[in-house]
Design a protein around this ligand. Structure first.
Ligand code: PMP
Length: 364
């Protein structure tokens, strides 16, 4: 078998080797059931156990308080851009206002969708500097009576990450954590709703995690599809419709892997070390450039450009030949991007930096 490459894809992204191996071992016969998880009834005792364990493990890992529900949904974070307003604007007289902090591509996507449901207030934006920073909390112009405040805690394309949880008083704080959930310790009780697509730090694409405080349930607008009404989904324990059973199973294996290696506190240390390795090198050379100020740099996605962009194709081809794949930046910004989620081992980042140094020596 070809050795596994170091995969720097932004998502779907690398999963833990241990998780993949365990899934392979259990593929034909899940723990004596005589069948694959893919073939199980979602209401059978085997899958009921898989779902319950996944939920309990996520609750433990993130210290999710009892007054929050964990939902496994479909549609990804993009669907949540509509599902969130449909579930929350009903808490206010119509038309409701939603406050947004605009930190880049994924915030913009959320904002554009929200216009269909509510008045939108851009309380702060870093568009003035090409979305390279997180606007300081004391510059935010929040509305008097917003239905909620929305942030994207990690902009996967821009490589800009909140390094703190903002205080927004009594207004519900809603966060798209698709690309940094489980990567750092956070205080869930400061958020009303957290949502995340799975395909970066959790498992395969197809399941969306929604962590929602109980008082946010039961406010869906009448037109909200029942399958997207969080209250319905919660009351049916994520079984209102058939849930994406296999992605939930893999998510559960990832949660167990995280628990085995010491939980979020431990993986956060590794993530800090990995990010430091790349950024320290980027800061030491003019050959590669990252434009994000130190405090706002993402630990998960490191975008950079080569000073001489005519070397881009060579860089990607030689990286590939060295088993370092999917380093091409998002088409909207160009350049390169190294996504170094939880499942990327320190060794992969060491290899990347060593390759980048060699490449600089050769062509710099
Ligand atoms: N938000 C963020 C922060 C993302 O990184 C992505 C995917 N890259 C999305 C939303 C969209 O996710 P999906 O395509 O799974 O709906």
């Amino acid at each position: 078998m070809k050795r596994r490459v170091f995969n720097f894809s932004a998502g779907p992204a690398a999963l833990s080797k241990e998780v993949i191996q365990q899934a392979a071992d259990e593929m034909m016969d899940w723990r004596g059931s005589g069948m694959s998880v893919m073939e199980m009834s979602h209401r059978g005792k085997e899958f009921t156990e898989i779902l319950a364990n996944a939920k309990a493990d996520l609750r433990e890992l993130m210290s999710i308080p009892d007054n929050y529900k964990i939902l496994f949904m479909q549609g990804g974070a993009i669907a949540e851009n509509a599902i969130v307003p449909m579930n929350l604007i009903g808490r206010k007289p119509q038309p409701a206002t939603i406050d947004f902090i605009n930190t880049g591509h994924w915030s913009v996507q959320s904002i554009e969708e929200a216009h269909k449901y509510a008045k939108v207030n851009i309380a702060a934006s870093s568009e003035d500097a090409g979305f390279t920073y997180v606007p300081a909390r004391d510059t935010w112009k929040l509305s008097q009576d917003a239905a909620y405040v929305h942030i994207c805690t990690n902009e996967t394309i821009g490589g800009v990450e909140f390094n703190y949880t903002p205080e927004v008083g009594d207004v519900p704080l809603v966060a798209d954590m698709s690309s940094n959930i489980l990567s750092r310790q956070i205080d869930v009780s400061k958020y009303a709703v957290i949502y995340a697509g799975a395909q970066k730090n959790i498992g395969p694409a197809g399941v969306t995690i929604v962590i929602v405080r109980d008082d946010m349930l039961g406010h869906a607008v009448p037109a909200c599809p029942s399958a997207f009404d969080w209250k319905q989904v919660a009351e049916h324990d994520s079984m209102y419709n058939t849930p994406p059973t296999y992605p939930i199973y893999i998510a559960g294996l990832t949660f167990q892997w995280l628990k085995r290696i010491g939980g979020i506190a431990e993986i956060e240390k590794v993530n800090v070390a990995k990010a430091k390795l790349v950024y320290d090198y980027l800061d030491s050379t003019g050959f590669y450039i990252n434009r994000v100020p130190v405090a706002d740099r993402s630990r998960m996605n490191v975008p950079f450009v080569l000073r001489d962009e005519s070397l881009n194709a060579k860089f990607l081809a030689e990286a590939d030949a060295n088993g370092l794949v999917q380093l091409k930046g998002h088409s909207s910004v160009g350049g390169m991007r190294a996504s170094i989620y939880n499942a990327m081992p320190l060794e992969g980042v060491q290899d990347l930096v060593a390759f980048m140094k060699d490449f600089e020596k050769k062509y710099g």
